[in-house]
Design a protein around this ligand. Structure first.
Ligand code: PLP
Length: 370
């Protein structure tokens, strides 16, 4: 990146596709015309050639090491976004069975996943936070999971509402726990062995749009019926090292670099979590110190480390907030239309300086207008 272009970069609070580490973008730029030793751009190379095979193997190895994923699990790189997983999960684990899949509903993405699952079989929503406009997540006593459920599904971080599970929901041993971790994947360490499957589209916290990471326990690969369309069959991807068809090579390449940045530059997921806690605390403190000028959407115990959602006293004030924020190089802060207000997405790649600049701007703005 020329210094000129780099200096034009604002603090980008986009919810997704979202900010990437500058050092990763710079590396990609350096290698863009010619991958070292390959004589061509990565985008011009076969997915079966040694250069890409090394890239995808390295990306998988780095993810496994960051998250502590054992051989008991397959790591897949798929296309179709998180949205395809809404269908692919019930197509493999529910279709053609008498079983019921149970869902915890804590926001907009869970709602979409449930609508897709209903097309495949019996679905039971065992917790539903819609009455409070999705401002919280349940505690263990708020729902019950049957021992014979096909799986228990939840969304660990609802990107639109800004609510996040502080830890995994309770789930019987016999029931595979499945998480849509699209917007908080790699934001903190995870007890991966609690999961049957966890998946994340990359474009929030892990890379560019175009690739979705699926970590799935190998016994679940066997459940998909022979009659499923080939792409929808998890074991086809697991068997061929995510090369059942051409994988999204460029997106996997960038995702691998982001994972490497997390491991080497940040120092792993414990260090990342600490930074994320500090960054989000700065912004939540600005909300809490505003005497009600800013109103947080999530109840405090369920606040997301990744997406901070809040409203201002009225629409006119909100418009002014967004305009003045942009003048201070704080961009893409407008909330999703279903919640309104402001959403500051402070993913892994958002610097502490960015969070601090936003928090200071919020304090000044509240002092002037409150
Ligand atoms: C963005 C998002 C999705 C949808 O991802 P696509 O890749 O657009 O299908 C699903 N779930 C969560 C939690 C998200 O943040």
């Amino acid at each position: 990146m020329s210094d000129n272009a780099a200096s034009q970069r604002a603090f980008n609070f986009s919810a997704g596709p979202a900010a990437l580490p500058l050092s990763v973008l710079q590396e990609v730029q350096e290698e863009f015309l010619c991958l070292p030793g390959a004589g061509a751009s990565l985008m011009e190379l076969s997915h079966r050639g040694k250069h890409f095979v090394e890239i995808i193997e390295q990306a998988e190895a780095t993810l496994r090491s960051l998250l502590g994923v054992s051989d008991e699990y397959a790591v897949l790189f798929l296309q179709g976004g998180a949205a395809l997983q809404f269908s692919m999960i019930p197509a493999n684990l529910l279709r053609g069975t008498e079983a019921t899949a149970q869902y915890l509903l804590t926001g907009s993405w869970g709602k979409k996943a449930i609508a897709e699952a209903r097309k495949e079989g019996n679905v039971d929503v065992v917790y539903d936070a819609s009455e409070t406009n999705f401002n919280c997540v349940p505690s263990a006593s708020d729902y019950q999971v049957s021992d014979d459920a096909a799986y228990l599904y939840y969304c660990s971080n609802e990107t639109i509402q800004g609510v996040q599970f502080p830890e995994e929901p309770t789930c019987p041993e016999s029931v595979p726990l499945i998480s849509d971790a699209s917007s908080d994947f790699l934001c903190r360490p995870l007890p991966i062995n609690k999961y049957g499957m966890i998946y994340a589209c990359a474009q929030k916290n892990a890379g560019p749009a175009g690739v979705t990471v699926v970590v799935i326990r190998r016994d679940l690969l066997e459940r998909g019926s022979e009659s499923l369309p080939g792409y929808l069959q998890y074991r086809n991807h697991a068997g061929g090292g995510s090369m059942w068809n051409t994988p999204p090579t460029f997106a996997i390449y960038v995702l691998g670099k982001v994972a490497r940045w997390l491991a080497d530059d940040i120092g792993g997921l414990d260090a990342m979590e600490k930074q994320n806690q500090e960054k989000s605390r700065l912004v939540y403190d600005a909300i809490d110190a505003s005497n009600g000028f800013y109103k947080g959407h999530a109840v405090p115990e369920c606040r997301s480390l990744m997406n901070v959602t809040f409203t201002l006293p009225d629409d006119e004030m909100q418009t002014r907030f967004l305009e003045e924020a942009a003048e201070n190089l704080l961009v893409n802060l407008k909330g999703h239309r279903s919640v309104g207000g402001i959403r500051a997405s402070i993913y892994n790649a958002m610097s502490r300086e960015g969070a601090e600049t936003l928090a200071n701007f919020m304090k000044d703005f509240a002092a002037k207008n409150g």
